[in-house]
Every structure is written in C-alpha cells, then in structure tokens.
Design a protein around this ligand. Structure first.
Ligand code: PGA
Length: 257
C-alpha cells in the first residue's frame, strides 16, 4: 500500500498561491509512489478542483459543517465539497479545537455526516503539553477517538484516517521520536479495533489496513519523514509547514524514496 501524505495548507496561501503550488506539484512531483492529498482553504478548492481533475493529486478540505444543507450562515456543506471532487475532510484539528472551541460532540456530528456521504474523515487526535506531563496522553487520545466514533453507523465506514498529532509539536520545528509515534499509533489502532468490535464489526488484518489508516503529524520535514514512514503502524503523515512551498515539499517527497 502506498504511503499517504496529506498537506494541510491551513490559512497560509492565497487562491493564486494555492493554484500555483498545485500546478507545480502536478508538473514536478512523481505521484506514483505516494498517495498525495492537498487540503487548501475553502476559497481555493473550486479552482484547484478544476486544475487537478486529470491528475493523481487528491483533494481534501480542512473542515466542514455537520449538516448537508439548510439555514447555516457561513458554513460549508460536505456534499457541496464532494461535488467539487473533495475526498478527504480533516476533522478535529487541534487549531479548531482550541481557536474555534470545537468539542468532541461537534466532531462526532461532523464525523457522522462525513461518513454518511462516503467521504473520508481525517480525524486529528493528540495531547497538549500539560496532558503529556501528567501522563494523560493515552487517555486523552482514546477518549477523543471513542467520542468521535460514538454511535457511528459502521456500514458507512468505507475509509477512515486518524492522524496522531501531539499538539505541542505542531509548527514547532521539533517532531517527536518516530518510535514514540509508532507506540501511540499502535494504541490508536487498538482503540479503533475495540470500538469496531464492540459494535459488532471484527476486521481481519488486511481489511483493517484497507479501511483504516493511521498517520503521524507535527513538524514532519525532509530530515525526519523517512523515519516515521519506516514504522509499521505509521501509514503516512499529515504535513503543515513543510507542505506550503514547492522546494520543501519536493525535498520531503524525495527523502521518502
Ligand atoms: P506542522 O503542522 O507540520 O507545521 O507541524 C501539522 C498540522 O498542523 O497538521
């Protein structure tokens, strides 16, 4: 299975900058070896969807609303995103949990709608520094996963991606060690298996691999990416800072090979 690379462009690039970067990626990056998805801001998605139509580049969004249509001023529907070719939706990124006060309950509502509409959620989970210092990391992550998947209709899970992102290393330039990410991803895998099992769905190893992938995110760069991707329970990475300039992105992808 190809390793997954998801780029979260956050609110870092204008529409023009996003389109230029998408064009450079299509022209300059070999997408045979990785599954590369970009998550531009909402304004750029329409233009980018046109640009990447005939390429292997995949499209994601950084957020969505929990309803598909209605009187929800300022919100963005997952089905409107799907119409534009969006496949992935990031849910529960720590920047939204912190700045926009997104709760586990809100994330659960979004999770249900995203799955009902056959989109792939990229659920972000992770501890803050204080939780880590107090040895609460595993508990926090397990609770975030359980809450996000609460009462989800299992038949809707075609594909689910979970990204472990320790909040305190995001954007810091200093990632955690790959073996620690591997250990946490193993706990994540076990937690998802347990949730599914308790709801009556027991997935064989291969089925699990096909449906559920677990990423690491937080200061991934060209110096550390290959260490993360060598770990057996790290199926890919979620990248912020290193994915918003062509040169750093190109280096990142070259260092996987
Ligand atoms: P970073 O961001 O790679 O800049 O640390 C990762 C993220 O926020 O998903």
């Amino acid at each position: 299975m190809k390793k997954i690379l998801i780029l979260n462009w956050k609110m870092q690039l204008s529409v023009n900058d996003s389109c230029n970067l998408a064009k450079k990626i299509i022209d300059g990056i070999d997408l045979e070896e990785v599954e590369l998805g970009i998550c531009p801001d909402f304004l750029s998605i329409y233009k980018i969807s046109e640009l990447i139509k005939n390429s292997q580049l995949k499209l994601g969004s950084q957020n969505t609303f929990w309803a598909t249509k209605g009187a929800y001023t300022g919100e963005i529907s997952p089905t409107f995103l799907k119409e534009l070719g969006v496949e992935f939706i990031i849910l529960g990124h720590s920047e939204r949990r912190t700045n926009l006060k997104e709760t586990d309950e809100i994330i659960n509502k979004k999770m249900k709608t995203v799955l009902e509409n056959s989109l792939t959620p990229i659920l972000c989970v992770g501890e803050n520094f204080e939780e880590r210092q107090n040895n609460k990391k595993d508990l926090v992550i397990i609770n975030q996963i359980r809450s996000a998947l609460k009462d989800v209709d299992l038949k809707n899970i075609k594909r689910l991606i979970i990204a472990y992102e320790p909040i305190w290393v995001i954007g810091s330039g200093q990632a955690i060690e790959s073996n620690e990410a591997q250990e946490t991803n193993t706990i994540i895998k076990q937690t998802v298996s347990d949730v599914l099992y308790n709801c009556g769905l027991e997935l064989k190893e291969k089925e699990f691999e096909n449906k559920i992938q677990i990423l690491y995110g937080g200061s991934v760069d060209s110096n550390n990416i290959s260490k993360f991707l060598k770990e057996p329970n790290i199926d890919g990475v979620l990248v912020g800072g290193a994915g918003i300039k062509f040169e750093t992105l190109n280096n990142l992808i070259k260092s996987i090979k």
